[in-house]
Design a binder for this molecule. Sequence first.
Ligand SMILES: *Cc1c(COP(=O)(O)O)cnc(C)c1O
Length: 371
Amino acid sequence: MTRAPVPKPYILGIHAYVPGKATGEDGRALIKLSANENPLGTSAAALDSLISAREAHDNGAAAYPDPDSKALRSALAKLHGLDVDRIVCGTGSDELLNLAAQGFAGSGDEVLFSRNSFAVYDIAARRCGAIPIEADDTDFTADVDSILAAVTERTRVVFLANPNNPTGTWISPDAVNRLHASLRDDILLVIDEAYGEYCDPANQRVGFDLANAHDNVLVTRTFSKIYGLAAERVGWATGAPGLIDVLNRIRGPFNVTASGQRAALTALGDQDFVAASRAHNTAERARFVEALSALGNHGLSCVPSEANFVLVRFDGDVSAASALSALAEAGYAVRHLQVDDLANCLRITIGKADDMARVTATLRQLCGETE
Ligand SMILES: *Cc1c(COP(=O)(O)O)cnc(C)c1O
């Protein structure tokens, strides 16, 4: 009789995260507008720092990195006006989102988030044996009242992606403050600001201000999106010392590579690149949304986005599946999310101007609007 290790049933309940594709059905390489990467690439200085990293280490790559990412945390604290002891870095913000769930929720506990939100929250909840709970959204936007109505005695963690992936929608600082003010103090509110830097700078501080003032708010940010360093896997979180202490106990001891710390530190110093990336995104997103509004009579519409991608709905004669194929044929990979609510939607990352023009032309042609 053969026996095999028995996985935990709650682990088998996880659907592994499906990353954005870079190839078509036939394996052909496509231009990737499917993973919300920065189309301008990476700050030149940050790239140089990666290249010169070889010379900086007299023993090659044999030494462990700084376990506490001290220089990077100090630079983050300085840039954002935060306390360095209230910052922890992670292997992407993905590590920190998982640790936040694991640190504060377990078997029988509930982890709450909005419907049509980031796929990692469901995985983070199940990984620690907790129960993922989805609150209904409204117009693809987190609904504060519906999140509050879904809170129970067993709720331990609430995740809010702001702006949200995959819908691109955003809730105002007033709405975020109201959500926090109405939550019990023993519930951890995790505000995932992976796309925070794409927002109007006037609205970028709500998470930090809450995290500074309260013991139950953790804000996560990443170098994967506007900083163009997704390959290096660097994220960070800020919150009360008690929260940071918990994450430090359970994170990987050397969770950010030496090259990652170095590149992130240099990228942080190049705020011109960040500003240029934000300006590029704002302009190209507006142009794309405007062009697609002319296809409204074919059922196409854009969900309002504050991020570096747009969720396009196909509610007429042209289906999302046919648009996905036409775009692949034209050389572009976009994201068709495998969830019921979004079956007739495509999430399209805002790319370079000429790529967005070609995407627009492809969709126009598919709608029979050749001129
Ligand atoms: C891309 C993304 C992240 C970032 O993940 P990293 O692990 O930092 O690369 C986090 N949250 C959301 C909502 C995202 O879309």
